[in-house]
Design a protein around this ligand. Structure first.
Ligand code: ATP
Ligand code: MG
Length: 440
């Protein structure tokens, strides 16, 4: 079995081999190549120690040299070259506390998480597959290398990684591995938020975000995202709905583009339905105020997962307004764009469509037709270049001052009053007209 290596990777391997060391492409890149997928990055494993690696290449930097990793710059690309190693106990962070180097490739492969991630390749030796990785690719199985309890005991993040890889590849998790996950999922509480975030994001942005259901069944979300479990356990006895909040959420994730922002919004849009549920005398469930409350909870969850502020703000704004279309009229489109924000507004249509399609079919056609008419109004608005924010209002604060308006906070109020006229009638975004309308 041959893999076609990028020429830089081939060069790095040859340079190491010519200096008398062993070197292989390893891990995810071998797995993805065998599957005909494009690898994210190419990692190289070698018998050479870090200082020897540094001597052989002109441009290197120390990424994690104490863990054996040297980054080699080759052309414009960066490749991580890591010395064969045996891991000590993992701590909360990204790396094990202590590692020792070894001269044995097979020892290095043994410390890796899953059989499909524990294969190495170079053009001279071909594939090195000591743990049945090829067979597991064939039968589409995620299986721990060696004893799963031991492996998850060393590093609990592997528990979440198992479901992440299953979701990315559409695989099932081997029975023994799955049993160990159930038994040990609670240990995920010791793993840092950053490491959890990386894996959770890869899971929900994969081709199979519905595998989060598996994470729920195995007790994983109960530790890393307990709010999701509450959604899975909250019914929606309401003609507009056909599923629990959690099952609805999964369907929205499945029905939306695979970007981080869209999938996080889908995951969190109904996060406060469990917290706002009331049941009326007819037995119908209502969730009054869940979008506003949900926006706060979504922001808290994203902060807890150490997301950056931009992601937190954008997703929580989308959650806050996710049911805007229920209240919106075509004639109000500019007001809604102004309120929700020009930057994230276009995302709304995709979110709303997926949301509607994940509800019951009650009034579905009308809901979709209404959404289409709002989208058409939005397109027209964009085509006409209508002003929907102070950014493009025909007058500015300094214009008002020049007209003798007193400086101070009243200026903002006055600009917004003028903007409000323009939102009703875009043809009023005319400097002369607006200046004639100033209330001094
Ligand atoms: P991706 O395509 O998402 O980058 P990957 O398989 O390359 O997938 P990485 O997280 O980049 O995954 O890790 C690279 C390799 O390092 C893995 O394929 C695996 O062999 C090993 N590895 C990474 N994390 C762990 C871990 N926590 N425990 C054991 N081995 C690990
Ligand atoms: Mg990788």
């Amino acid at each position: 079995m041959n893999i076609s290596l990028p020429s830089n990777v081939e060069k790095i391997i040859s340079v190491l081999e010519e200096a008398g060391h062993e070197a292989y492409a390893v891990g995810g890149c071998v797995r993805d190549s065998l599957l005909g997928r494009t690898p994210n990055d190419w990692d190289i494993t070698t018998s050479a120690e870090p200082l020897e690696v540094k001597k052989l290449f002109k441009r290197t930097f120390d990424t994690g040299i104490q863990h054996g990793t040297v980054s080699v710059l080759f052309g414009k690309e960066i490749y991580e070259v890591t010395t064969y190693r045996i891991d000590g106990k993992y701590e909360d962070s990204r790396h094990p506390k202590e590692v020792s180097f070894t001269k044995s490739l097979s020892e290095d492969l043994r410390r890796r998480d899953f059989t499909i991630n524990a294969m190495a390749y170079n053009p001279r030796t071909g594939i090195v597959d000591n743990f049945g990785g090829m067979e597991d690719l064939r039968c589409k199985t995620v299986r721990a290398v060696g004893n799963p309890e031991e492996r998850f005991g060393e590093d609990a993040l592997r528990i979440l990684r198992a479901v992440r890889f299953a979701a990315q590849l559409g695989y099932s998790v081997d029975g023994e591995t799955e049993k160990a996950i159930r038994d040990l999922a609670k240990n995920l509480k010791n793993i840092s938020a950053e490491r959890i975030r990386t894996e959770l994001e890869k899971l929900i942005t994969s081709d199979n975000p519905g595998y989060i259901r598996k994470a729920y069944e195995l007790g994983i979300t109960g530790v890393v995202l307990p709010e999701f479990d509450r959604m899975m356990e909250t019914p929606q006895n309401n003609p507009h709905h056909a599923y629990t909040v959690g099952e609805h959420t999964i369907r929205v994730m499945e029905g939306i583009g695979n970007t981080k922002i869209l999938r996080l919004t889908a995951l969190l849009h109904d996060i406060e339905k469990p917290g706002t549920r009331t049941t009326d005398e007819k037995g119908i469930d209502h969730f009054y105020g869940h979008p506003a409350k949900g926006a706060k909870t979504a922001a808290e969850i994203l902060r807890r997962l150490r997301y950056d502020r931009d992601t937190e703000k954008l997703v929580s704004r989308l959650v806050e307004f996710h049911d805007w279309e229920i209240h919106a009229k075509v004639s109000d489109i500019r007001r809604w764009v102004n309120r929700i924000g020009e930057d994230c507004f276009p995302l709304m249509f995709e979110i709303n469509k997926a949301d509607i399609l994940a509800q019951s079919d009650f009034h579905r056609e009308e809901k979709l037709k209404h959404l289409d008419s709002l989208a058409a109004a939005y397109d027209t608005m964009i085509k006409n270049g209508d002003c929907v924010s102070l950014k493009t209002l025909a007058v500015t604060g300094s214009d008002l001052i020049k007209e003798g308006f007193p400086a101070g906070p009243k200026i903002g109020e006055e600009l917004n009053r003028l903007l409000s006229m323009v939102l009703d009638d875009p043809s009023k975004n005319n400097r002369e007209f607006l200046l004639s309308q100033i209330h001094r």
